[in-house]
Design a protein around this ligand. Structure first.
Ligand SMILES: NC(=O)C1=CN([C@@H]2O[C@H](COP(=O)(O)OP(=O)(O)OC[C@H]3O[C@@H](n4cnc5c(N)ncnc54)[C@H](O)[C@@H]3O)[C@@H](O)[C@H]2O)C=CC1
Ligand SMILES: NCC(=O)COP(=O)(O)O
Length: 342
């Protein structure tokens, strides 16, 4: 049953579409390992989208080709269902190729389409090699912006949130050079990220009144302007306007003191000014269970927090923890949306 037609929260969800990412990365391995752990971890039914050969290159377990998502529900108990897209050519784990990047691109496209049509309950995306994707005509900075565009959502309204058991962070600027951060930060961008974050916490996580903290950009949050003016000119005005509108939001606060355990108890999410300010604390605390969830979309999209790990692909050393957490979070978000609205 398509997700859009489900009104009873007790109805089983359709299976999730899991794009396998770069065939030469650890995506196929962590998807296969997650299937093995499906019962022990209470994972929702899912099917792989990609090249079946990339699974067979790293795994001897049962894989069954399927032609439609509906078949996945039947197959899932006995084998990992896989919806075949383009043949990636010879798959050599750890050695990315042009054909592999094309396959990753196509798998993402197909998975998004299935979620948009309601045939899949949402998408979970295994890691892609961004450099490789850029080489085959992928013009978006990352999967976040690509999925947003396919869903008709403007990039500034699609929010990348990294979520772990004790921390949720949002990078306001994402995949841009560090030297460009200051010029890209605006009051409007911070406001858009904060508004989508609050709505996303309500819809996907059931947090009734989210508490948001905003990090400063500069050391000591600018020290009254002595160490930089972005806090005074951009960040504080954005926060004040949102607080005037009723949001529970505070800052800008010095980023270096925001992530210790007592601080983490005082908020639901931190808005960070740039990629590493957000992702370093999250991955330090929760690397093997961190989930990248895109807020602001009409569909559910999650992903493990890590990348392709080409260096260990094919060696059976990939930890499937973050992929399993991404599957669980996708199911929880889809269920929460049935209660809290899309
Ligand atoms: N969501 C996505 O599609 C993402 C893709 N990437 C891409 O991944 C590629 C490699 O990026 P890196 O910065 O090297 O990050 P990475 O996360 O692939 O690897 C960083 C380190 O963590 C290890 N690692 C990663 N995942 C692991 C797992 N599940 N189990 C055990 N060890 C694991 C790797 O072996 C490496 O030592 C790049 O092309 C980048 O664009 C990076 C982050 C996210
Ligand atoms: N560092 C996070 C990351 O690269 C994830 O990007 P996306 O492909 O999910 O947009």
């Amino acid at each position: 049953m398509p997700l859009s037609t489900i009104t009873d929260p007790g109805t089983p969800l359709p299976p999730f579409a899991v794009s396998l990412g770069d065939p030469a990365g650890i995506g196929p391995e962590i998807v296969a390992k997650s299937w093995v752990m499906r019962e022990a971890r209470g994972l929702p039914p899912f099917f792989a989208v990609g090249d079946i050969a990339s699974l067979r290159a790293v795994w001897l377990g049962p894989v069954e080709p399927i032609a439609t998502p509906e078949e996945a529900a039947v197959v899932f108990d006995r084998a990992l269902p896989c919806l075949q897209v383009a043949d990636a050519g010879p798959v050599v784990p750890g050695t990315p190729s042009i054909d592999g990047a094309r396959t990753a691109f196509q798998a993402l496209e197909v998975a998004v389409g299935l979620a948009r049509s309601g045939s899949a309950a949402g998408i979970v995306t295994a890691p892609v090699g961004k450099e490789q994707l850029y080489g085959v005509g992928f013009t978006h900075p990352g999967q976040t912006e690509f999925v947003a565009e396919r869903c008709g959502v403007a990039p500034h309204n699609a929010v990348m949130m990294l979520a772990g058991p004790s921390l949720k962070v949002v990078p306001v600027t994402i995949h841009i050079p560090l030297g460009d951060v200051s010029s890209v930060l605006t009051v409007d961008l911070i406001r858009a990220r904060a508004i989508t974050t609050v709505k996303g916490l309500q819809r996907n996580f059931g947090v009734a009144r989210p508490r948001i903290v905003v990090a400063g950009l500069n050391p000591h949050a600018g020290e009254g302007g002595a160490l930089g003016r972005e806090e005074i000119d951009i960040i504080a005005p954005a926060i004040e306007s949102l607080r005037d509108e009723g949001m529970d939001i505070r800052g800008p606060l010095a980023a270096d003191g925001l992530f210790h355990s007592r601080a983490r108890e005082t908020y639901d999410a931190v808005l960070c000014m740039y990629h590493d300010q957000a992702l370093i604390p999250l991955k330090t605390l929760h690397f093997d269970e961190g989930v990248n969830i895109t807020l602001g979309l009409p569909i559910v999209r999650t992903s493990p927090d890590h990348g392709t790990a080409f260096g260990i692909a094919g060696t059976d050393r990939a930890n499937p923890g973050a992929m399993m957490a991404a599957l669980k979070m996708a199911a929880e978000a889809a269920r929460a949306r049935l209660t809290h609205g899309n």
